[in-house]
Design a protein around this ligand. Structure first.
Ligand code: PMP
Length: 386
């Protein structure tokens, strides 16, 4: 099959795998063990990984908190940060197109007396800074707006949003999970207090991620878990040395090869769009190709149910309707609703995402297979008289 679901997860790069195996073989001691050199050596592996990630996103190593993934990082960066806010700051503002891991983490704070407000987006997925400005004052605890959207690929211009939020004294978090494969990420330049990352979206292993937490944030998030005190008490538990090392190598590779890779992927994506526009009359790109993740292609197939088409594409093409975490439920994507699609239109959508191993011939074949599947679905619709 042709894998076109890189925004759901990426294959582990062989160079990452090699380092992980080496660490699992040699550095299995507890990285927090201070009584022997095997522990020191494992601990050094973790600290080297931390330094590599810090270098990739341009911060200090002690501003990196390892977590189990972006879900956990988002929970600390939104819910934890809200719980740490001074009295009087009890409002949370988040983008309307946030991933569930931000949305649900924010909603969980309602149990503790906080209120959540969604910032509306334009058709492109971009937030108008005026919408934020209107809502900002000294009662806001946390503002969280994602850097790159996982469904429609929007790259959010954060600068003004961050400036306004910081001026109001809020804690500013961004979900940057999808960002490293789309743009160079410099957390200092972004000016946020916290940012979430995930290894399995950048050709690293699943089960590890990180929260960047600025040394100059207005306050520290409250921990959501309690235990041995690792990761500055914010994420206690024995660190998975091999996952940390693999995650760091994945980040190092992106820092080294990312810009060339993004150019290649964007070129492939744009020609795939042209190819589908020529061969599939009912194809309609969602939004435009500018300000968008280079590997993201989100589109409607007018008159067809996206899930039916995905099924028809098995076992030849692996894509999805958007967010792996919400597919399974037959609910309409809140992201597509937020950009103004009707329920029917949202149901016609599919996300293809292109990455490191995608080739030109993969996409030429994929385009033929999609055109064929749509023809056969069309026949089926006609025969059933619908
Ligand atoms: N945020 C975004 C934008 C994502 O795309 C994802 C993964 N679907 C997550 C958060 C959750 O990340 P993880 O799988 O590492 O928990």
């Amino acid at each position: 099959g042709i894998y076109l679901d890189y925004q759901a997860s990426t294959p582990v790069d062989p160079r990452v795998k090699a380092i992980m195996f080496e660490v699992m073989d040699r550095d299995f001691a507890n990285p927090s063990s201070e009584s022997h050199s095997a522990g020191w050596q494992a601990g050094k592996r973790v600290e080297d990984a931390r330094a590599t990630i810090a270098e990739a996103i341009k911060c200090d190593p002690d501003e990196i908190i390892f977590t189990s993934g972006a879900t956990e990082a988002n929970n600390i960066g939104v819910l934890g940060a809200a719980l740490g806010a001074p009295e009087g700051r009890r409002r949370i503002l988040i983008g309307a197109t946030e991933h569930k891991a931000v949305l649900e983490a924010a909603l969980a704070a309602e149990r503790f007396g906080y209120t959540v407000e969604l910032l509306p987006v334009e058709g492109s997925g971009v937030i108008d800074p005026a919408e934020l400005k209107n809502r900002l004052d000294e009662s806001v605890a946390v503002v969280s707006v994602m850097l790159v959207n996982n469904e429609i690929g929007t790259i959010q211009p954060l600068e003004e949003l961050v400036e306004l939020s910081a001026a109001a004294g809020a804690f500013v978090h961004t979900d940057a999970t999808q960002a490293p494969t789309a743009i160079d990420v410099d957390v200092r330049e972004l000016g946020v207090d916290a940012a979430s990352f995930s290894s399995h979206k950048i050709y690293g292993p699943k089960g590890v991620g990180a929260l960047y937490l600025s040394a100059t944030s207005p306050w520290r998030p409250r921990p959501l878990m309690f235990g041995g005190g690792q990761e500055q008490g914010l994420r206690p538990g024995t660190l998975p040395t091999h996952l940390c090392a693999g995650f760091a190598e994945a980040f190092r590779l992106i820092a080294e090869e990312g810009s060339g890779e993004r150019e290649r992927v964007e070129h492939l994506r744009n020609s795939f769009v042209r190819c589908l526009e020529e061969n599939v009359p009912i194809f309609k790109l969602t939004g435009t190709c500018s300000h968008r993740h280079p590997g993201n292609l989100h589109a409607r197939f007018i008159g067809i149910v996206g899930d039916d088409l995905l099924l028809r594409l098995q076992p030849h093409i692996f894509a999805s309707t958007g967010s792996a975490c919400t597919s399974g439920h037959l609910s309409v994507s809140h992201v597509l609703k937020a950009i103004g699609l009707s329920d029917v239109e949202a149901g016609e959508c599919i996300r293809f995402s292109i990455g490191r191993q995608t080739t030109e011939s993969d996409l030429a074949r994929a385009s033929d297979i999609i055109a064929g599947a749509i023809d056969s679905l069309g026949d089926q619709v006609r025969q059933s008289g619908r």
